[in-house]
Design a protein around this ligand. Structure first.
Ligand SMILES: Nc1ncnc2c1ncn2[C@@H]1O[C@H](COP(=O)(O)OP(=O)(O)OP(=O)(O)O)[C@@H](O)[C@H]1O
Ligand SMILES: O=P(O)(O)OC[C@H]1O[C@H](OP(=O)(O)OP(=O)(O)O)[C@H](O)[C@@H]1O
Ligand SMILES: O=C(O)c1cccnc1
Ligand SMILES: [Mg+2]
Length: 491
């Protein structure tokens, strides 16, 4: 059963913007509903001023497609909507068409966990224009947020190095689905576990946790609180030591840790949640080591992100496990990935493909026409450049790529280089053709893919811009189209 229907128990075809449905009625009424079209889902800027993005959310997209249908109840609701003049917005014939609609689009997508860059299609949808259009909003909703959080997670986990990062964000997440999707994307991006138990159950993510200040506050003294906790959970003791005086808290935890050891158990860790985490972790480590509790881990939390984690590490903090909530699941410093969904080409009555382009005053917002694919080139050191090319152009494509924002920047990519196309078939005629992947496989892909990129691309401040170019023919066609649109009567 699809995860989405497990969570929502209702088909989600109405999870869209109204304009998709009004356009759909327009296509249907004008007899163009079956006209074949191609759309691309891509973003224009890496989030967090970073140098890369991790693609995520494809499993949700496939789930969404699986359950896609308009129920009688959905069309009853649509039938109740009125236009300006008080008459029905949608005709009865169109609504009846919707209840019979079965998706038969083709989707090509980059596998989840792929490292991607601006302008590259993450998903390409081909099919009857009405159907492609109906998918826009939901696809963007599903891919934008999870890619954003997977990227944030990858950045935070990179800062933590080999230390595990626990995702603690549910209480601060954007609603119920925000919380679930964030836990999934955070795990995919590199987190070791989540505190979110429903996400653990739904997505087979390891769940982990400590205890809150309220546990300690509910007792007359901290020592008694730790003792009772140890009694109840002797195999899961990570004591939160900062409710009163942090270093006194560490001493109390040590006392209970030594008692636990006598009864054949080991204290797992202590958690610091306030104060100077570098100073306190260094002091706490010394106290723990002096007591012979060298395996007890120091967990830290409190508004952490990749910047603070990096700083704490340079200060010599002895933190071994990082609990990260708010700044991860809310993508605090950039709350949205600006992914868009643009028409690339449409077939005319004779079966000929017409490439389509959206013009903009800003070069970055002018869309790229065609049926696009991304080819990644590798040298002995790893990924060296990506080429966006048009599958409508004759193959093989030229080996020159042109920077989409600065045509004077060009690069020659030798045909001898190893190369790989990133978009792979995932849906054909409405049926899923991609093999199912576990989250474990996807998170391994993230790490394996990241390792293909130079550290300068991966560093979290002022990264090096990884080269992504338009294949020369595509660049020239796009330029000619822009000129044609701007100057319909040649000067
Ligand atoms: N040594 C450090 N270097 C850099 N940042 C730190 C260091 N220690 C803690 N931080 C971060 O500084 C911020 C401190 O937050 P804040 O000023 O609210 O203090 P607090 O310790 O939480 O206060 P309180 O004791 O009232 O809970 C947190 O984001 C924390 O992760
Ligand atoms: O700081 P985050 O990255 O969001 O991690 C999760 C936070 O949630 C918990 O407490 P909560 O923030 O609810 O209360 P507190 O601020 O009093 O610790 C925990 O103690 C962390 O501080
Ligand atoms: O288990 C924890 O320590 C935890 C869980 C959620 C939020 N903050 C901390
Ligand atoms: Mg807090």
């Amino acid at each position: 059963m699809s995860k989405l229907s497990q969570i929502y128990q209702t088909p989600l075809a109405l999870l869209t913007d109204l304009y998709q449905l009004t356009m759909a009625q327009g296509y249907w009424k004008s007899g163009r509903s079956e006209q074949e079209a191609v759309f691309h889902l891509f973003f224009r800027k890496n989030p967090f001023q970073g140098g890369f993005t991790i693609a995520a959310g494809l499993e949700y997209v496939l789930d969404y497609l699986k359950q896609f249908r308009f129920t009688d109840c959905d069309v009853d609701y649509l039938a109740s909507l009125e236009g300006n003049d008080g008459a029905s917005l949608f005709s009865a014939e169109f609504l009846s068409y919707l209840t019979r609609l079965e998706l038969r689009c083709d989707l090509d997508a980059v596998p989840e966990g792929t490292v991607v860059f601006p302008h590259e299609p993450l998903v390409r949808v081909r099919g009857p224009i009405l159907q492609c259009q109906l998918l826009e909003t939901a696809l963007l909703n599903l891919v934008n947020y999870q890619s954003l959080i997977a990227t944030k997670s990858a950045r935070i986990c990179a800062a933590a190095g080999s230390d595990p990062v626990l995702e603690f964000g549910l209480r601060r997440a954007q609603g119920i689905d925000g919380g679930l999707a964030a836990s999934r994307a955070a795990y995919l991006g590199g987190c070791a576990a989540t505190s979110n138990v429903l996400a653990g159950k739904l997505f087979q993510i390891p769940v982990k946790g400590t205890h809150a200040h309220s546990w300690v506050m509910s007792f007359d003294d901290e020592l008694a609180a730790f003792e009772e906790y140890a009694d109840a959970m002797p195999n899961n003791c990570v004591f939160l030591v900062d409710t009163y005086d942090t270093l006194d808290g560490v001493r109390n935890a040590i006392q209970v840790g030594l008692q636990l050891r006598k009864s054949g158990h080991e204290m797992v860790g202590i958690r610091l949640d306030s104060g100077d985490l570098a100073y306190l972790s260094i002091e706490a480590r010394q106290l723990l080591d002096e007591a012979g509790l060298t395996n007890v881990a120091i967990v830290a939390s409190n508004d952490l992100d990749e910047g603070i984690i990096t700083s704490l590490k340079t200060q010599g903090a002895t933190i071994a496990v990082w609990g990260v909530g708010t700044k991860l699941v809310t993508a605090y410093d950039q709350p949205a990935l600006g992914g868009v969904y643009k028409l690339g080409a449409i077939q005319n009555e004779t079966g000929h493909w017409e490439r389509k382009l959206k013009l903009s005053e800003q070069a970055i917002k002018t869309s790229t026409p065609g049926i696009l694919q991304v080819r990644r080139f590798f040298n002995s050191e790893g990924a060296m450049a990506d080429m966006i090319y048009d599958e409508l152009n004759p193959q093989p494509v030229s080996d020159i790529v042109v920077d989409p924002l600065d045509p004077t920047r060009r690069r020659l990519l030798s045909r001898d280089l190893e190369a790989k196309d990133l978009l792979i078939p995932v849906v054909r005629a409405g049926q899923i053709v991609k093999e199912c992947e576990t989250l474990t496989q996807i998170r391994q892909r993230v790490q394996q893919q990241l390792s293909q990129f130079h550290t300068s691309v991966r560093r979290h401040t002022t990264p090096h811009e990884y080269p992504v170019g338009l294949e020369q023919e595509l660049h020239e066609f796009k330029t000619a189209e822009i000129l044609r649109a701007r100057h319909p009567h040649p000067m």
